[in-house]
Design a binder for this molecule. Structure first.
Ligand code: SF4
Length: 78
């Protein structure tokens, strides 16, 4: 099962840590500095990108990033 990135832009404080860790996956809004997912981060992640994404998740001071399994079934208890 693959993984993908989920961003909560309402939590992002524009620290830029994610860009420093994984410039291939993240960029920042020119005006407010909010995180932007680049094309490789908008779909299922490669193994290499997933490792970088997980590092970015760990370094995000705002808890705005998550790496989640790609949806493959509807068996999702809440
Ligand atoms: S590390 Fe987190 S708070 Fe900083 S720019 Fe990236 S998503 Fe936003």
């Amino acid at each position: 099962m693959g993984t993908r990135l989920v961003v909560d832009r309402s939590r992002c404080i524009g620290s830029g840590n994610c860009v420093l860790v994984a410039a291939d996956l993240f960029d920042q809004d020119d005006t407010l500095g909010g995180v932007i997912l680049l094309p490789p981060a908008q779909d299922e992640l490669t193994a290499q990108d997933a490792a970088a994404a997980l590092e970015a998740v760990g370094r995000c001071p705002a808890g705005a990033l998550r790496v989640v399994p790609t949806a493959s079934s509807s068996a999702h208890a809440t």
